[in-house]
Design a protein around this ligand. Structure first.
Ligand code: LLP
Length: 435
């Protein structure tokens, strides 16, 4: 710790006020050490305990080429959900046999890309996709290993936008016997596809193991039925991600082993009871790996008090760099990075700078008295912040700085105003007045 500035907030051992000064704000800050710690917990508490199991980082939570390198060197697999995520992994030199390709509406071009790179697993979302992938694999002379995504029909307690395990969902193949049997039969008969097993994903930011237990029981029962009816041997069970994290002091997160131990116990008990071979289990945490490893730094601007109502403290970012409060009512914690020695005597509402009433980052945050120039650090923004960033109001997206030990390195440039015009094809005509 740097004792020179006791009143400064330190994250991953570094002074965040200094960092804001060096790189400007708003700024995403990501700690490589914290990401690696989480990867290692998955390794020691899950992969080492259950040989043959696999863990994939769900890259939709946060992806960059540097992130691919970190995940690669920790020995994890990578879950991608689009040609864009796959392209990033390819460019970063991520081993393709460790890639799991997801998506409820993969295009033909994306399937061709997955096949041409021979990704390790394609998770097929609907029966028609089996035909599409078989045709693409046949044309390329490739053999592809697939998992079929099924709907476990369980409801995780979370925001309804991020629930996926319930019967009424756009993801996966419904459990209706006629539909699932036809899909499995088709996959088994596809000469270029090897059906290794099933995938489910219940939802995101879940804090209970019971839903995983229920989903595993459901899908293992399905395996037994399909063994009887079609002679299918299920070698793999992919149980998705969804492990919750700490956003505020109200949250009580669990280690990943809380979920994985329950999953593995249920898998083995079901295999015993149903007389099935124990499948290899895959998990796909995204938020749990990176969420708490990231924070966002902002600079305070306008401070406005409405007497008897509330004080709005506006910062230089907001909804475009963190859409989660507006989209899911997500709640975040924050500290005033340059006033860590002062008591939190006030209650303020942190507003973004967008022309949008819903652009509130945090309601009723306890802080010391705030003024223009203060640095606010919003915590646990490592997952689904940068990856969901947008340019509403033509605000350039923030830079990303990676902290490693006592080093800070720019990982992604701050977007410029010129960047915002990069795809404007008529700039020259507009400049010379011909348009
Ligand atoms: N596997 C599959 C198939 C998924 O669909 C997801 C997330 C994950 C793994 C990783 O879930 P995690 O461990 O990160 O919860 N934008 C939302 C989250 C959407 C998650 C979608 N799928 C948010 O900001 O909360």
């Amino acid at each position: 710790m740097n004792n020179q500035a006791n009143n400064h907030f330190h994250f991953a051992g570094q002074d965040m006020v200094k960092l804001a000064g060096t790189y400007g704000t708003p700024l995403y800050v990501v700690s490589e050490d914290l990401i690696r710690q989480r990867c290692r917990q998955v390794k020691t508490d899950f992969l080492d305990q259950y040989p043959g199991s696999r863990a994939a980082y769900a890259s939709k939570a946060f992806l960059s080429m540097a992130m691919c390198r970190i995940i690669e060197s920790e020995g994890l697999c990578l879950d991608v959900v689009s040609g864009g995520e796959l392209y990033t992994a390819v460019q970063a030199g991520f081993p393709m046999e460790r890639v799991i390709f997801h998506g409820n509406n993969k295009s033909l071009e994306e399937l061709e890309m997955a096949v041409s790179h021979r990704v390790g697993r394609v998770v097929v979302d609907h029966p028609e996709e089996i035909d599409m992938l078989e045709a693409v694999a046949a044309a390329a002379g490739a053999a592809m290993t697939i998992q079929l995504r099924v709907v476990p029909e369980v409801e995780g307690k979370t925001h309804r936008h991020i629930m996926t395990g319930q019967k009424d969902t756009k993801f996966g193949i419904p459990l209706a016997p006629a539909i699932i049997e036809a899909a499995v039969k088709k996959a088994m008969e596809s000469p270029h596809l090897d059906l290794a097993g099933f995938h489910f994903h219940i939802g995101s930011n879940l804090f209970e193991q019971e839903v995983y237990v229920a989903a595993v029981e459901r899908v293992m029962t399905l395996c037994r039925q399909l063994q009887e009816s079609l002679g299918l041997t299920v070698r793999e069970l992919n149980t998705g991600g969804g492990y919750g994290i700490q956003y505020t002091t109200e949250d009580s997160p669990h280690p990943a082993s809380y979920y994985t131990d329950a999953i593995m116990e249920t898998v083995s008990a079901c295999a015993d009871r149903l007389k099935l071979p124990v499948p290899q289990v895959t998990i796909e945490p995204g938020r749990w790996i990176v969420g708490e490893a990231g924070i966002t730094l902002y600079t305070v601007g306008a401070v406005k008090t409405i007497p008897g109502v509330r004080t709005y403290v506006s910062v230089d970012g907001g909804l475009p760099d963190n859409i989660r409060p507006a989209l899911y009512g997500a709640v975040y914690g924050a500290v005033v990075a340059n006033k860590m020695d002062q008591p939190c005597s006030e209650t303020v509402t942190v507003a973004g700078k967008c022309c949008e009433t819903g652009d509130i980052l945090i309601w009723d945050l306890k802080t010391p008295p705030l003024e223009r120039g203060d640095v606010l650090a919003v915590l646990s923004t490592g997952a689904y912040n940068e990856s969901m960033a947008n340019n509403y109001n033509r605000l350039p997206r923030p830079a990303v700085v990676l902290l490693t030990g006592d080093q800070a390195r720019l990982m992604v440039d701050r977007e410029t105003r010129e960047d915002l015009l990069m795809r404007e094809r008529r700039a020259a005509e507009i400049a010379n007045g011909s348009l």
